[in-house]
Design a protein around this ligand. Structure first.
Ligand SMILES: CC(C)(COP(=O)(O)OP(=O)(O)OC[C@H]1O[C@@H](n2cnc3c(N)ncnc32)[C@H](O)[C@@H]1OP(=O)(O)O)[C@@H](O)C(=O)NCCC(=O)NCCS
Length: 426
């Protein structure tokens, strides 16, 4: 691991300390060879004082057991009808999986306990069909789970619900994960699946506001693969219940859980309830972030290289666009007071946040600043985004003669041959 990776992780620590993460793992992942790595990642989360609850599914194992016994299960995921035979398969499969998880957690010196915290009643008769042993989560025994968490114990929750009469019902594990996240006011709900994330019409969704996901589900739920539809629906229910972030990641990717939690880009799909966005003046501590953000654009000659001291000298000119306190874009306004011109510079949007209008917002922000300062004209230099400034920012192509003399001198010396773009403000 590089030191910069460690720094990247450490910046999240204060934000997550003592917060609760619910991890919903598909049964197929519990028996995957990468599961040991996931538990190692859980150990890292625990070492950072993040409270973790593990909820697991069992459909893959129910299917395997049924195939082995040549039984046709009435339903696999706890959403359809569960007949008596299928309930027996579910009990065997779920208990085995819970045991495997407990074993794996022990191997990482983590204390864990399986509980009867899911209180369920029969789902009942829907459109004439008795769903028999399929249950509906009635409530979560929050106190029981909190007691375990307060003692540093990881609750392991199987896809089974219990009623007051000692009966067990098969419940859908995605629904359980959401109910637990709601009951414990979790910060994050992370679904670990056998897919890279949510795909709609075969396009991987990297990040999406919950309202947009809801719209997709209403307009074209068929665009989601059948096995992922439940994740999409439960992500929406989770956000509606107050969980700010729902992640859907591939459990077969090494380091996937940590990469998702501790990086801006993540590896799978992030559904977010709302976002805290703002443009703010850069501070001294942002100099590194500006350099890190723009590193790739400097390498590909889109932006000119700026040393730490160059940025520090004109730090007052820089602005940061942040989402949830993470810098995802930057821009600067250098003022050439004598000529009443402002230069928009160092506009950069992190590729993971491209095409969301952030670049346009930053151009508009700089334009407003320039107007506030009563400048006559905004100029910018670009090697590869000049059509962007023209079509999205209302700039027109100018010439190097539009640059103030001192700037012109630097331009000629640089040999970058950038295009000059101009926007009249008066
Ligand atoms: C150019 C850049 C700032 C755009 O940011 P962004 O937040 O993705 O842009 P927006 O969301 O506001 O706009 C997206 C639109 O611009 C278009 N666009 C993006 N980059 C473009 C480019 N280099 N040239 C032309 N159009 C471009 C997109 O295709 C999209 O078009 P659409 O709305 O018609 O689909 C960003 O890609 C970037 O940081 N590039 C590298 C650095 C750079 O060149 N900076 C400018 C020099 S100061």
């Amino acid at each position: 691991m590089k030191l910069t990776d460690l720094r990247g992780i450490l910046q999240y620590i204060p934000q997550f300390r003592e917060k609760t993460f619910i991890i919903g793992v598909d049964g197929a992942i519990v028996t995957d060879e990468n599961f040991a790595n996931i538990l190692l990642d859980v150990a890292v989360l625990r070492s950072l004082n993040i409270r973790v609850v593990l909820v697991h599914g069992a459909s893959a194992q129910i299917k395997a057991l049924a195939d082995g016994q040549k039984i046709k299960p009435s339903n696999l995921d706890g959403s359809g009808i569960t007949d008596a035979e299928t309930l027996q398969l579910a009990l065997t499969a779920a208990n085995r999986l819970t045991h495997e998880i407990l074993e794996g957690l022990s191997a990482n010196d983590l204390r864990a306990a399986c509980s009867n915290a899911i209180i369920a009643h029969p789902l009942g008769i829907l459109q004439g069909a008795d769903h028999l042993f399929t249950g509906k989560v009635e409530r979560v025994d929050t106190e029981l789970l909190q007691t375990l968490l307060n003692q540093g114990i990881i609750p392991v929750v199987p896809p089974l619900g219990f009623d007051g009469d000692g009966k067990t019902y098969r419940v859908n594990s995605d629904g359980v994960a959401v109910a637990v996240a709601d009951a414990l006011k979790a910060t994050k709900l992370i679904f670990i699946t056998a897919q890279d994330g949510l795909r709609h019409n075969d396009q991987l969704i990297r990040q999406m506001l919950v309202a947009e996901l809801q719209k997709l589900l209403q307009q074209n739920s068929g665009g989601f693969a059948a096995e992922m539809l439940s994740k999409a629906q439960h992500a929406v229910i989770g956000c509606a219940a107050g969980v700010q972030r729902v992640h859907i990641i591939n459990g077969r990717v090494d380091d996937g859980l940590l990469a998702e939690v501790f990086s801006n880009e993540g590896i799978g799909t992030l559904i977010y309830a709302n976002e805290y966005q703002q443009i703010r003046a850069a501070k001294k501590k942002d100099v590194r972030a500006i350099q890190m953000l723009t590193k790739k654009a400097v390498e590909s000659d889109e932006l000119v290289k700026r040393t730490r001291s160059v940025i520090e000298k004109s730090l007052g000119d820089y602005y940061i666009f942040e989402i949830d306190k993470n810098p995802v874009a930057c821009v600067a306004l250098h003022v050439h007071a004598e000529q009443r011109k402002g230069e928009l510079a160092c506009l950069y949007v992190n590729p993971s946040h491209e095409n969301q209008g952030i670049g346009r917002k930053l151009i508009q922000f700089i334009e407003n600043k320039a107007r506030d300062l009563d400048l006559n004209e905004l100029i910018t230099l670009s090697t590869q985004a000049f059509t962007y400034f023209q079509s999205k920012g209302g700039f027109a192509e100018g010439t190097p003669d539009d640059l103030p003399p001192a700037r012109r001198e630097k331009y000629d010396q640089s040999g970058r041959n950038s295009k000059v773009l101009v926007k009249k403000l008066k």
